[in-house]
Structures are given as structure tokens and as C-alpha cells.
Design a protein around this ligand. Structure first.
Ligand code: PLP
Length: 439
């Protein structure tokens, strides 16, 4: 079950080995995949405890959109740390929470309210609760391949690997998973656009007509681009058809932007690429640039309105709020949305060129700086190249590039949006060299 850390990969140095041994003795098994023991970082570079440096094409799992320790963010946190850390923003008031909420609310059309939390999963939990609260309905729709987090509510929506739900059943009842628009491997073996986007229409024409009474569905959760599931981009009409279905049946469309949001795809929110306005939006990860914060932004009329219906202790912690507002400033001051568009096009161009030489690269896909390659051992049969993918990641790591897998045989390329062009090319060179060796 799942990916077990590979002990045969020798850590880079003696200090790292020591830390890894201690970690293995005392820390619960999680999802560790490379023996890098990070000590400090700046921009797109991470140094380990033995002084090795790595180019970071993982951004701490899509968290460091503005780079590690951005001076403006560091200064904002430092200045807040000398004033006030915590007083319980759900019970009392902080200017920083109100202002951050105002900024997030105004990033979407219409009147919005915001619930601040501590993580992506918690932002999803709040979305589940706000949908149920508002509609008094109980059921949810989610997608095969989705990742929405690992707390029991969020986990019930998650379906990207069996290990995630394995042994934890029963999760929250009432969630039905439907196939996502994975055109490279269409679940219905159809071709786009001849398919008329059947994977979206099937929700209404089959599921809501047979299995799931639409007037019992509180919300439909979607990632505008599936993350953990394989960096899968739906065709443009897919989210629009979902929006129509939700409108016809009074279902809230919940847009999980935990991974794809905060400028990663070249728009503030990835859903903007599709011209669709969600009822609820979940953010976390890059919002705090490494300090834990989650935000659930929802239609103002969906608000709980009852004191105590939902709350927490640390949500919207002052240091995290300071970090989030400085992060939003950096995204706008440094023009990171347009940087993401330009650099992302460059990344895909280089990878597509490499694809003509190396058939191991089955697919190159992405939006802005949220890009991935899917490796296959047979171009026609699209056989998942799982071992080859792991080897490419390992060889890249040995040459100083940090990469993360996604889906069954994908590799994510998600460096900070402000990575210098030279470092971006250096990282791509390392990946292509590793692919050439594995091929
Ligand atoms: C789309 C999406 N939603 C939710 C989560 C859960 O976030 P967290 O790990 O902060 O709980 C993730 C994490 O990878 C994610 O990618």
C-alpha cells in the first residue's frame, strides 16, 4: 500500500543520515519520497544539513509560489512577530484577518464571506460544512482522481490512490465519485471534441438520473486542474457544463484551489481560465508561503449566521495572515501572473521538444507554471512508466533537482513563479538528461 521511502537511496551526507535515522525512529510514516534534509532556503534554492544545494522544482508541494523566504514576506512576519502572535481571532477581532478576508472576498465576483483556517484539508472541511449548512442537503459529488485532503470529511472526497482511503473506511457517507475529464486517458475511451464532453454530461444524464437524487446534493467538489491525481487539465467546456448542472439543481460548485490557486497557473485562481464563477473556493498552500493558513471563500448568503456553528482556535493566525498579505503583495508587485504565463510556455515548449526525441514522455501538459509530464513505456498503449518515473526523479535528485511525482507515472514541475530563467533552464536540462538516461 502506497509509496514506502526507499532506504536504498543513500542520503547525501552524514548529518542528513543522522536526521533521517531519528525521523524514522520517532516520526509516524507519512509520504516522504527523497532523503533531503533541508536546513535553509532562498528563492528557488534549498540547502541541506550537509551543505548540498538543490534547485527546488517542488516548491514545498506548491507552497512557495513567491520563492523561499521572500524578503518582503520575511519582513512582514518578523514585524508581526514582535507585536502579537495569538489572541484567538475567532473569538475576538484582528485587523489583519478582516483585511485579508476583504482581499480574498474581492478576488471573486459577488458578495463573499471568508472562513480562515490552518490547512487545505481544513478549508475543505469548512466548505463541506458551509454547503450542508446552507442547503440542508447531505450528499456530495466528487471526482475520481481528486485530492482534497486527508481529514475524514476531506478524505471522503479524495480518490487519487487506494492507500488514501485504505483501512479508514467508513469515511463521511454520501459522497459519489464520478470520472474526471482526463482526455489523455479518457475514462470513456472517447475523443475530444467528438465526445461532446460526455464525462461532464454523464453526471446529469446518468448519475443524477439514477443513483444520486439531485435535490439531496449539497455540493460538487472539483479541482480546476487535478493536482495529486496527475496534473490533469479538463477541456474548456468541462467546468462550464458542471456550472450549468449545479445551477439547474441548486448544487453548490466548490472549487478547490488549494494547489492550483494563488497565481500558480498564471491567473489568481485557476478557474478563471474557464470563465466559471464558483459558489465556494478553497485556498491554502501558497496563500501563506509556508506559514499554515487555509481560507474558504463562499457566497455571502451561504454564511452560517449562527454563532458557534463553525469555528477554530488558530485559523487565520496573525503570523500567517501577515505572510498571506505580503504574499498577495509580492504576486502583484512582481507581476508573477504574467511571469507564470511566460515561463510556463517556455517549460512546455522545451518539454515538447524533448518529447520528439524521447517517447518515454507520453504527455506534456500544464497551465502557467503548473506543469507535468506523464511517462509511458509504450506511446500507443500509454503503459504507465512507474519505475522509470521514479528513476528520473531519483537521478534528478542526485544532480541537485527536487521533483515530486503525481498521478501514476507523472512528474510535477512546480518551481517558484519568480525562479530566474537560468535556473528554470538548468532544472529542465537535469530532467531531460535523466529521461535520456532512463530511456
Ligand atoms: C487540491 C488540494 N486540496 C486539498 C489539499 C489538502 O491540503 P493540506 O495538505 O494542506 O491539508 C491538497 C494537498 O495537496 C490539495 O492538493
Amino acid at each position: 500500500m502506497g509509496r514506502i521511502p526507499d532506504v536504498s537511496i543513500a542520503p547525501p551526507g552524514p548529518k542528513a543520515r543522522e536526521v533521517i535515522a531519528k525521523d524514522r525512529e520517532y516520526m509516524a510514516t507519512s509520504t516522504k519520497c527523497s532523503p533531503i534534509v533541508a536546513e535553509r532556503a532562498s528563492g528557488s534554492v534549498v540547502w541541506d544539513v550537509d551543505g548540498n544545494s538543490y534547485l527546488d522544482f517542488s516548491s514545498g508541494i506548491a507552497v512557495l509560489n513567491v520563492g523561499h523566504c521572500h524578503p518582503q514576506v520575511v519582513e512582514a512576519v518578523r514585524s508581526q512577530a514582535g507585536k502579537l502572535w495569538h489572541f484567538a481571532g475567532t473569538d475576538y477581532y484582528y485587523e489583519a484577518q478582516a483585511e485579508l478576508s476583504r482581499r480574498l472576498a474581492s478576488s471573486l465576483p459577488g458578495d463573499r464571506k471568508v472562513f480562515l483556517s490552518n490547512s487545505g484539508a481544513e478549508s475543505v472541511e469548512a466548505a463541506i460544512k458551509v454547503c450542508r449548512w446552507h442547503s440542508k442537503r447531505k450528499r456530495f459529488l466528487s471526482f475520481i482522481g481528486a485530492f482534497h485532503g486527508r481529514t475524514m470529511g476531506a478524505l471522503s472526497l479524495t480518490a487519487s490512490k487506494p492507500v488514501q482511503q485504505g483501512r479508514f473506511f467508513p469515511t463521511m457517507p454520501g459522497v459519489t465519485h464520478v470520472p474526471y475529464a482526463y482526455c489523455y486517458r479518457c475514462p470513456y475511451k472517447l475523443e475530444h471534441p467528438d465526445c461532446d464532453c460526455w464525462c461532464a454530461r454523464v453526471i446529469e444524464e446518468l448519475y443524477l438520473d439514477t443513483l444520486v437524487p439531485p435535490d439531496e446534493v449539497a455540493g460538487l467538489f472539483m479541482e480546476p486542474m487535478q493536482g495529486e491525481g496527475g496534473y490533469i487539465i479538463p477541456p474548456p467546456e468541462f467546468p462550464r457544463i458542471l456550472r450549468d448542472i449545479c445551477d439547474r439543481h441548486g448544487i453548490a460548485l466548490v472549487d478547490d484551489e488549494v494547489q492550483a490557486g494563488m497565481g500558480r497557473t498564471g491567473r489568481m485562481w485557476a478557474i478563471e481560465h474557464f470563465g466559471v464563477v464558483p459558489d465556494v473556493l478553497c485556498s491554502a498552500k501558497a496563500l501563506g508561503s509556508g506559514l499554515p493558513i487555509g481560507a474558504t471563500v463562499f457566497r455571502a448568503d451561504m454564511d452560517f449566521g449562527w454563532q458557534g456553528a463553525h469555528s477554530n482556535t488558530f485559523g487565520g493566525n496573525l503570523l500567517a495572515c501577515a505572510s498571506a498579505m505580503a504574499t498577495l503583495d509580492v504576486i502583484s508587485d512582481e507581476g508573477l501572473l504574467s511571469q507564470a504565463v511566460r515561463k510556463g510556455e517556455h517549460v512546455r515548449r522545451r518539454l515538447q521538444e524533448a518529447q520528439t526525441t524521447y517517447p518515454l514522455i507520453g504527455d506534456v501538459r500544464g497551465l502557467g507554471m503548473m506543469n507535468a509530464i506523464e511517462l509511458v513505456t509504450d506511446t500507443d498503449a500509454k503503459t504507465y512508466a512507474v519505475k522509470e518515473r521514479d528513476r528520473v526523479i531519483e537521478l534528478s535528485y542526485r544532480r541537485g533537482l527536487v521533483l515530486l511525482p503525481c498521478g501514476k507515472s507523472g512528474i510535477r514541475l512546480i518551481p517558484p513563479l519568480n525562479i530566474p530563467d537560468e535556473q528554470l533552464d538548468q532544472g529542465i536540462d537535469i530532467i531531460i538528461r535523466a529521461i535520456s538516461e532512463v530511456e
